[in-house]
Design a protein around this ligand. Structure first.
Ligand code: HEC
Ligand code: HEC
Length: 555
């Protein structure tokens, strides 16, 4: 055992002394964010973080060379939660199947004991984990109310609901995660609410590169527009700009002669409200993903995620896959990122807190930025009132708002599979394995026994993802670095529930920016490490392609 203490990071990039009332945040630069002295108190977390002690659990060299800890791994290389007997059971049930003549045992229950067997209709993504207690059900309902709550601008007579913005993308979580499902690009009159652009520039100096190498930041925001483009603002303030998409047709001929026309998007911003953006800032479009099964993903053991990682492709199968490494917002601890399209958040709480601040402009105890994503250069924005009510707490969303919304997000149930015994589905499943899809879309895991929430513990789950980052080629690239993810890398999207997209959201737009209009287009956009699998799909007969799609529809 040996301990490594991470150096205390500089408090601000410029080395200023900031107002003691300004919050400190491990992943952000409060001065660049234009933090104003905080009227509330208690939100300042001076010195609360950064005695980062990394437990070096084993001397194995097997793990992620990207962790520069002198060859020592900071994560366990085998399951720390299981006795040898359970370990054997887990290995046996998670082994890839070779029998496609019938469904596998427990395959129906994609989310293990948490799976919902409710009847399939537009609300099928909105049920709670089937195995939570009655008390937890009440908590879920309170969380649901907050997830759908429309925040209003300050000052307002409904003080517990104000604090929106001043810049924002939407007024509620639910506005983007429509029916707890996915958003869509602006389309045929539909607005751009459930989609936005992340803004970031790479490190410019050695000092900034060191900050990234130590995972203290994932990239740097635009000096004026911050971390994302907010296309809405409270009355009296101009919005930051408007997302513009232009599509270009891209015909692709499949092996059997069928032509599929993909649409290649290009993104720009019009009506910039605060002057030009910095020249090296990239735009990364993101559509809100579905919300199901999140707590189960959080309960996958690190060792199981790392077992699939092969960053140097030592097995030579053309598929590498690396774990995202990010810091927990509150503790600063180094963790494996799992959430977001670049796996930039390690926990649902961190992802939810970022959403409050960045998407809605609501401060939380973990991210106490009352002016949301406003920056120093946006003085009009910083001059707007905020929604902090000292009577209610030091931030706009004081406890228990964030814990309740987090609990809700953790417990949206994965629906049971459909038609798993149908000949077409089984045939499609076999083709899915044969084409190499399962190399990244890992069918199954058994969650950790010591999961924080009992409902998520020791469940056999079928997310069809390895939650690792893969180079997906130039076609899907956004050119934006996010921590260890480069501009061509994306986290494998879980596929559970994908066949219910039409039922829940009334559309079939897929991929991180909704460019694919159906499953076939989604697969044909795969490149880079997935090129071989994509080519295998493109060379199938029409009938076999249909079977593979039938399988995806049954997920
Ligand atoms: C403006 C639209 C928008 C709003 C509002 C929004 N989200 Fe999201 N959400 C997204 C997008 C886009 C992503 C993908 C993020 C990324 O990759 O950067 C996401 C991702 C997530 C994820 C991770 C999903 C995954 O598969 O990894 C969670 C959890 C989440 N949001 C929760 C929330 C909560 C809780 C709220 C309300 C506090 C919220 N979101 C509000 C658009 C939104
Ligand atoms: C090298 C890893 C890899 C392989 C192999 C791979 N995928 Fe993917 N898949 C991904 C990643 C990463 C994404 C997310 C890409 C994005 O959003 O831009 C994705 C996204 C998808 C989506 C869209 C999911 C959504 O929610 O929008 C579908 C459908 C899909 N893959 C199916 C397949 C099929 C079918 C195969 C085999 C023919 C396959 N994939 C092979 C990594 C892979």
């Amino acid at each position: 055992m040996k301990n490594v203490t991470s150096p205390t990071p500089p408090r601000t990039r410029e080395g200023h002394n900031h107002s003691p009332a300004c919050p400190q945040h491990p992943l952000d630069d409060e001065l660049a964010r234009g933090c104003l002295p905080h009227r509330g108190n208690g939100a300042g977390k001076s010195g609360y973080w950064y005695r980062l002690v990394l437990p070096l659990l084993s001397g194995a060299l097997f793990l992620i060379p990207i962790v520069a800890t002198g060859g020592d791994s900071i994560f366990p290389t085998s399951r720390t939660d299981l006795n040898p007997k359970d370990q054997k059971r887990v290995e046996s049930v998670t082994r890839a199947t070779t029998d496609f003549s019938k469904p596998e045992q427990f395959e129906l229950m994609a989310g293990g004991g948490a799976t919902t067997k409710a009847s399939v209709n537009g609300n099928i993504f909105s049920h709670f984990s089937a195995n939570i207690t009655f008390e937890e059900e009440q908590e879920f309902k309170l969380g649901n109310a907050l997830f759908t709550k429309l925040w209003v601008s300050s000052p307002s007579s409904t003080q517990a609901s104000d604090g929106l913005g001043p810049l924002f993308n939407a007024r509620a979580c639910q506005s983007c995660h429509l029916k707890d499902g996915r958003g869509h690009p602006p389309e045929g009159g539909a607005d751009a609410t459930s989609m936005f652009l992340r803004l970031a520039r790479p490190a410019r100096t050695d000092e900034e590169r060191a900050v990234i190498a130590d995972y203290r930041k994932l990239n740097f925001p635009d000096a004026v527009y911050g971390e994302q483009l907010q296309d809405l603002a409270v009355p009296g303030l101009q919005a930051e700009g408007r997302l513009q998409i232009a599509y270009q047709d891209l015909p692709v001929t499949l092996a059997d002669g069928e032509v599929v026309t993909l649409r290649k998007p290009s993104y720009s911003v019009s009506d910039l409200g605060f002057g030009p953006m910095e020249g090296d800032v990239t735009l990364s479009p993101r559509v809100a993903p579905p919300m199901i099964g999140m707590g189960l993903i959080q309960a996958i053991h690190e060792a199981d995620l790392l077992a699939n990682a092969d960053p140097d492709d030592t097995d030579g199968d053309g598929i590498s896959g690396k774990a995202a490494l990010v810091r927990d917002h509150k503790s600063g601890e180094l963790k494996i990122g799992r959430f977001g399209f670049k796996a930039q958040n390690a926990s649902i709480r961190d992802q939810s807190s970022s959403a409050f601040v960045g998407d809605i402009g609501i401060s939380t105890p973990d991210d106490p930025f009352d002016h949301g994503d406003c920056r120093k250069a946006q003085s009009d924005c910083l001059a707007m009132p905020t929604g902090v009510q000292p009577r209610l707490g030091p931030v706009e969303a004081p406890d228990p708002v964030l814990p309740l919304v987090t609990f809700y997000s953790e417990n949206l149930a994965v629906p049971a599979r459909r038609d798993i015994g149908d000949a077409g589905v089984l045939k499609g499943k076999q083709l899915f394995y044969q084409a190499g899809c399962a190399s990244c879309h890992k069918p199954k895991f058994v969650t950790r026994r010591d999961a924080g929430n009992k409902a998520h513990a020791f469940q056999l789950i079928w997310p069809y993802s390895d939650f690792l980052l893969h180079d997906m080629g130039e076609g899907l690239a956004d050119g934006q670095q996010v921590g260890v993810a480069n501009g061509q890398e994306w986290r494998t999207q879980p596929l559970w529930g994908i066949g219910l997209t039409q039922t829940v959201n009334g559309h079939t737009f897929f991929l991180h920016d909704g460019r694919a209009r159906n499953l076939t287009e989604a697969v044909l956009w795969h490149g880079g490490e997935a090129q071989t699998a994509r080519d295998a799909f493109a060379s199938l007969s029409k009938e076999d392609r249909a079977s593979l799609l039938t399988f995806l529809e049954s997920l």
